[in-house]
Design a protein around this ligand. Structure first.
Ligand code: PEP
Ligand code: MN
Length: 345
């Protein structure tokens, strides 16, 4: 249930509502907007009687929420959430490009990619250290050594970092190194992991599962938000369809569809969605035209020799071309492209 307070509601009246929510055994979430305060009651709604709140002093209206997500919904927060990660903003009218290899493979590989992508206009550096591979015999990532390289090289180029946390048991380790923690598509409904991520103080990049609906993605985000972490970036990365010529089917309508339903920023990963280098650039441009707040692109200095996802990784040169085409589209749709302001390396 969402309780909208009158614009002139006194603090004591807000406290009174919060107290009643707590007395009923639910968790209050107070959001102080520019004009009014909105209070969410998180937990079993059947314990609440809307009429009893509607009559309280300072309350303007009470909205029972039948959706299975509340904190993620636009009803709860009409304004776009803008994530701040170091100097980079994601959401609202800000667009950030995340670039980097599928897997961190070596210091040289990552430094080459970081330099080239930063110079071309990427704001954030990605790289997997714990890889979700379909076969247990495929390269699984460098683990802590990969995290260390990502942190050090991201720092060298002033790029905040994104990496996947595959298992709740690795969480303490990954938190120490990364700026944004990614939940991979395969883990979108790993609810224990999501709840753990809700209790940390770092932004989360939550990928849509290949067989998940928009509502299911938002309910997964709700697991993170309801534990107290409100910094979530959603990411469309393709869904399963019948088409075999691409790895997945990129659902670009997910961008405006999600943006109508939620205030959270929405990104697109055309690399994993298409699995094909030749389709990455056109789909990245389309994602920006559709209003994405972030685009994630895999880049490798020598994709033919990549230890994972070679066919979809762009060369640094191709990435540079992508960025040259993307910048004017961002401008047309009113997005401020976030770039590193001080190239120093
Ligand atoms: C990734 O970004 O490294 C990745 C494995 O993506 P996804 O979870 O979307 O497959
Ligand atoms: Mn990959």
């Amino acid at each position: 249930m969402i309780i909208v307070m009158q614009s002139k509601a006194a603090k004591a009246q807000v406290d009174e509502v919060v107290g009643r929510i707590k007395d009923l055994g639910l968790k209050p979430h107070v959001s102080h907007g520019e004009f009014r305060t909105i209070i969410g009651a998180i937990g079993d709604e059947s314990l609440l009687r809307p009429e009893s709140f509607a009559g309280m002093a300072g309350v303007e209206k009470v909205m029972p929420i039948m959706k299975s997500y509340k904190l993620a919904s636009r009803d709860f927060n009409a304004a776009d959430t803008v994530l701040e990660v170091g100097p980079v903003r994601i959401g609202g009218d800000c667009l950030a490009v995340v670039a980097g290899p599928c897997s961190v493979e070596s210091e040289r590989q990552l430094r080459d990619v970081a330099r080239a992508t930063r110079d071309a206009g990427a704001a954030l550096l990605r790289g997997g250290a714990f890889k979700p591979r379909t076969s247990p015999y495929s390269f699984q990532g460098l683990g802590e050594e990969g995290l260390r390289l990502l942190r050090d090289i991201g720092g060298e180029f002033g790029m905040p970092t994104v990496t996947e946390v595959l298992d709740p048991r690795d969480l303490d380790l990954v938190i120490r190194y990364a700026d944004i923690l990614q939940v991979g598509a395969r883990n979108m409904q790993n609810f224990r992991l999501l709840a753990d991520l809700g209790r940390i103080d770092k932004p989360i990049l939550l990928k849509r599962g290949p067989a998940a609906t928009i509502d299911e993605l938002l309910m997964s985000a709700e697991y993170i938000l309801s534990e107290g972490n409100h910094r979530v970036l959603l990411c469309e990365r393709g869904v399963c369809g019948f088409e075999k010529s691409t790895r997945y089917t990129l659902d670009l309508s997910a961008v405006p569809n999600l943006q109508a339903a939620t205030h959270l920023p929405v990104g697109v990963d055309p690399s994993h969605a298409t699995g094909r280098r030749d389709l990455v650039t056109p789909m990245a441009l389309a994602a920006v035209a559709a209003g994405a707040h972030a685009v994630m692109i895999e880049v490798h200095p020598d994709p033919e020799r990549a230890l994972s996802d070679g066919p979809q990784q762009l060369t640094p040169k191709a990435f540079q071309h992508l960025m040259a085409e993307l910048a004017p589209i961002a401008q047309v749709v009113g997005r401020k492209l976030q770039t590193q302001v001080k190239p120093n390396t």
